[in-house]
Design a protein around this ligand. Structure first.
Ligand SMILES: NC(=O)c1ccc[n+]([C@@H]2O[C@H](COP(=O)([O-])OP(=O)(O)OC[C@H]3O[C@@H](n4cnc5c(N)ncnc54)[C@H](OP(=O)(O)O)[C@@H]3O)[C@@H](O)[C@H]2O)c1
Length: 295
């Protein structure tokens, strides 16, 4: 995969995050890959972003930097706006200045979850929390700032890095903690490594625009955790709950499975069913995620 990128210069912004680290790992064979962490480049600072990008002269900028916490976004709306909207625009605009493609990640939370079917790219968004609203605004900001942009909506991402829905189960098994999880909030869990593969293919094909890039099918957080525990043979206490019964929880949309209509129509869909991708991840990583559960 790496070789076909050459001699394109790739910059990953937010390289220290969960998805950013996945890109850094999986594109590490590229001779010209640069990762920028928060310390090296604050995306909220337009001058700094522009200076870094002008210096590096990339052909592709993959932006993994954001505030993805629903609770944190609700708590500090201004900061969430700065990071998710202004930051995304700054990165896209800096990429535009050097004629680079920008890749931006958005979320299934741009939808309100009431459609009763898997959402296609052309379905109307209607976010119900501030995170979803900022991410929807970010999509528009990125498109306006750089026509050569790829906006990929992903959901409930797990992978080899950082805290994620798999490590939560592993840690609960290790500590004996109970995991209380909604069984009525349905979405399409997404493997970070598959996101990297699908993104790479889209970049190689010169794609632009909006794509849904999740695992296929749908499940609840509770059923997902059960699948992790069963596959890994973990003894963990999982407690199903209705999302509405979790006190003080910022509202999340209840049903946001995503249909990959743009990938399907273009014959480019390489995402697996969510349960197959999860099984493959657990088998491939059953030593390392267990070992790095505390990341
Ligand atoms: N994880 C999911 O389930 C999920 C689902 C849907 C969509 N997404 C989207 O996928 C993308 C990646 O998410 P993720 O899960 O990888 O998030 P993450 O693990 O929280 O990583 C985000 C990264 O952004 C960096 N960052 C935050 N503010 C920054 C700033 N002002 N300047 C530069 N860097 C900054 C953070 O650095 P510090 O840690 O140093 O602050 C962190 O490394 C985001 O756009 C998110 O909205 C994620």
């Amino acid at each position: 995969m790496g070789d076909t990128f050459r001699p394109v210069t790739v910059v990953v912004v937010g390289a220290g995050g969960r998805l950013g680290r996945e890109f850094m790992d999986r594109l590490s064979s590229l001779s010209d890959l640069t990762g920028l962490t928060h310390v090296q480049c604050d995306i909220a600072d337009s001058m700094e972003v522009e200076r870094m990008v002008l210096e590096l002269q990339p052909r592709v900028v993959i932006n993994c930097a954001a505030q993805p916490s629903v609770d944190a976004c609700e708590k500090d709306r201004d900061q969430a706006y700065r990071m998710n909207v202004l930051g995304a625009r700054n990165v896209a605009h800096a990429a535009y200045k050097v004629a680079a493609k920008v890749v931006h990640f958005s979320t299934d939370y741009v939808f309100d979850g009431t459609a009763g079917h898997a959402y296609a790219e052309w379905d109307a968004p209607n976010p119900i929390n501030w995170y979803g609203r900022t991410k929807l605004m970010s999509e528009e900001a990125v498109r306006r700032a750089n026509p050569d942009s790829l906006v990929l909506r992903i959901a409930y991402v797990y992978g080899a890095h950082g805290d994620n829905p798999v490590t939560a189960v592993v840690r609960a098994a290790e500590t004996g903690a109970r995991l209380v999880l909604p069984d009525d909030q349905l979405m399409s869990p997404t493997s970070a490594s598959e996101v990297v593969q699908q993104t790479t293919l889209l970049i190689q094909r010169g794609a632009t625009g909006l794509y849904h890039v999740t695992g296929k099918g749908q499940t609840s957080r509770y059923e997902f955790a059960r699948a992790v525990a069963t596959t890994l043979g973990l003894d963990v206490q999982l407690v199903p709950v209705h999302a509405a019964d979790i006190p003080g929880r910022v509202p999340r949309p209840l049903r946001t499975p995503l249909a990959h209509e743009h990938l399907r129509l273009e014959g480019q869909d390489m995402m697996s069913n969510w349960d197959e991708a999860l099984y493959e991840f657990l088998v491939d990583n059953c030593r390392s995620p267990l070992g790095s559960a505390g990341n």
